[in-house]
Design a protein around this ligand. Structure first.
Ligand code: ATP
Ligand code: MG
Length: 337
């Protein structure tokens, strides 16, 4: 493992058990998250982004099966293989304190029967308890109010005593970020944290996230189906399609030299004010689970598809410094039109 990798995922495959069959949702994903970086993870709906994010913290539903691979978390001299930890160990040592997760819908993530303050204090309280330290909830209030202020909640003392239903969507998402950052995790997995918000609030939350990353030096795996959102925030961008990683590069490199036809198509579909109203779309759609095509799973939608594509899975290969892409146009030479 390279020294500055905080999390190294190797050959990770996950299947969902559906009607008596194990259907592969993500296949042989190899990806590292570096210390202090924001890694954007993009792909259309159904490409397996959330499955990957949840697999890291083992927060998958009971129907999911880890079919193979490893997830190695390294902090200072300590390396932990997350796939091998017991439920109790991952809960005590990793979830919330080392790796936190913010979900797409804060409505479901906050408990409606407890005040915002109580939920923030609980994060701290249980952290202390796991470390065998006794501290009263009352003593932790100051830190909770402080973090509410930090995430831009006005009148944090007052908001501390409010219930989730008394907050707007944007405010709830700020509270979710407060809950994630309050225990200073080394890695935050943010799964579409702004998708449910209107564009103005989304922009505010993204700005806040960038500030929090700067302040806490937290690494982020930022999951989104929207390449635009990921572009402004990420150091590197990983592109997924039908359960596989198809391209990985520094954000600038990905936009200036996209290699995979899928990435090229995603970029071509970004809104461009100069081009006018009509947006191009990628013909076809992401295959459903259980119907991933053989070979390169993008081949039915790819305008370059040639002889090996329907038969073989293209390997991820280096196409530039730190730039990986899984396309036969790179390795098998000329394109056959
Ligand atoms: P979105 O952008 O819509 O959130 P995603 O990239 O996060 O999509 P996943 O939610 O990881 O995609 O889903 C990957 C595939 O696994 C999809 O085909 C989805 O229908 C399927 N899937 C997800 N959860 C389950 C489940 N609990 N049982 C069966 N199939 C599932
Ligand atoms: Mg998802």
């Amino acid at each position: 493992m390279v020294a500055d990798n905080l999390l190294s995922i190797k050959n990770l495959s996950v299947a969902y058990h559906v009607k008596g069959e194990d259907l592969t949702a993500i296949a042989e994903i190899t990806l590292a998250i570096r210390k202090g970086e924001v890694l954007g993870l993009v792909g259309e709906s159904g490409s397996g982004k959330s499955t990957l994010g949840r697999a890291i913290l083992r927060l998958l539903p009971a129907s999911a099966r880890l079919k193979g691979g490893s997830i190695s978390y390294r902090k200072e001299e300590l390396t932990q293989e997350l796939t091998q930890l017991s439920e109790k160990e991952i809960n005590k040592k990793i979830r919330g304190r080392e790796i936190a997760m913010v979900m797409q819908n804060p409505q479901n993530a906050l408990n409606p029967v407890f005040t915002v303050g109580r939920q923030l204090v609980d994060v701290l309280y249980f952290k202390e308890k796991k470390d065998n330290r006794q501290v009263s909830r009352r003593k932790l209030k100051g830190k909770a109010v402080e973090i509410l202020e930090k995430v831009g909640i006005s009148d944090p003392e007052y908001r501390f005593s409010e219930y989730p239903h008394e907050l707007s969507g944007g405010m709830k998402q700020r509270v979710m970020l407060a809950m994630a950052f309050i225990s200073s995790p080394s890695l935050l997995i943010a799964d579409e944290p702004t998708t449910a918000l209107d564009p103005t609030v989304e922009a505010q939350i993204l700005k806040l996230l960038a500030e929090l990353v700067e302040e806490y030096q937290t690494s982020i795996l930022y999951i989104s189906h929207d390449l635009r959102v990921v572009a402004g925030l990420s150091d590197r961008i990983a592109v997924m399609y039908a359960g596989r990683l198809v391209e990985l590069a520094e954000a600038d490199e990905l936009f200036s030299r996209p290699n995979h036809p899928y990435t090229q198509a995603l970029i071509a579909c970004l809104p461009d004010p100069e081009r006018g109203e009509r947006l191009p779309t990628i013909p076809g759609k992401v295959p459903d689970l259980g119907y991933y095509p053989s070979g390169c799973s993008f081949h039915p939608r790819c305008r370059h598809c040639f002889e090996p594509c329907p038969r073989e899975v293209p390997p991820l290969e280096e196409v530039g410094p730190g730039h990986l892409s899984a396309c036969f146009l790179n390795s098998k030479g000329v394109e056959e039109e």
